[in-house]
Design a protein around this ligand. Structure first.
Ligand SMILES: Cc1cc2nc3c(=O)[nH]c(=O)nc-3n(C[C@H](O)[C@H](O)[C@H](O)COP(=O)(O)O)c2cc1C
Length: 192
């Protein structure tokens, strides 16, 4: 049913053992389980210098934008750094923007070593709003990440459920922008 929907996840951690990456992989598996095609953007594979040095096309920024442009739905995953989202994710967002995000459904996952990362999600939600994305209300906050994600998997079933739900919803709501048109078509079919 969703075979024409493509979901791209961006991992805001560059750590080899990143728990953010593990959560994103789980979300993308849930997207794929209902038919979507998926891609994980691992920012370790993209050379993205500090934004502003060489303009918007520095390093691998064109490749990053092309991957985001191909997405119908996007999942942003970030570790919490000092109460906010990470600098690698910020760089990725600075090298992209409205052209890649406008009208797309975006899911957010924040992973914290400590407490529930409310502020981090708020900050990221504001950025998504600024670039005209539809932010899904199922925001995933993973506090105490060291015990919620261990040895390469999510060990807390409630967290796993929520991550999977987000992966599914980013597919189900990927074309939310078309909703008014679909409603109008459906209403006119019924009245005709
Ligand atoms: C620079 C830095 C700042 C951090 N700040 C916070 C913080 O404010 N709150 C928190 O709960 N954890 C904080 N952490 C811990 C990370 O959020 C946590 O280790 C997370 O699991 C890392 O994600 P990753 O495994 O995907 O790299 C910080 C870690 C670093 C390196």
């Amino acid at each position: 049913m969703y075979s024409e929907t493509h979901v791209v996840a961006v991992c805001g951690s560059l750590r080899d053992e990143s728990r953010t990456r593990i959560a994103l992989e789980e979300a993308l598996e849930a997207s794929a389980a209902i038919g979507a095609t998926t891609q994980l953007i691992d920012l370790r594979d993209y050379a993205l210098p500090q934004y502003g040095l060489d303009g918007k096309d520095a390093g691998d920024a064109p490749e990053l934008r092309a991957a985001l442009d191909a997405a119908d739905g996007i999942i942003l995953g970030t570790p919490v750094y000092h109460g906010s989202y990470s600098s690698p994710l910020k760089a990725a967002l600075d090298y992209s923007g409205r052209d890649e995000f406008r009208g797309k459904s975006v899911g957010m996952i924040a992973i914290a070593g400590g407490r529930f990362p409310t502020k981090c999600l708020e900050h990221l939600r504001n950025v998504c709003r600024h670039i005209n994305a539809w932010v899904l209300p199922t925001e995933v906050a993973i506090p105490n990440a060291n015990s919620a994600i261990e040895e390469g998997e999510i060990t807390d079933p409630a967290v796993a459920d929520r991550v999977q739900r987000l992966g599914k919803e980013v597919v189900q709501y990927a074309h939310i922008e078309r909703l008014p048109q679909l409603m109008e078509e459906s209403l006119s079919n019924h009245s005709g």
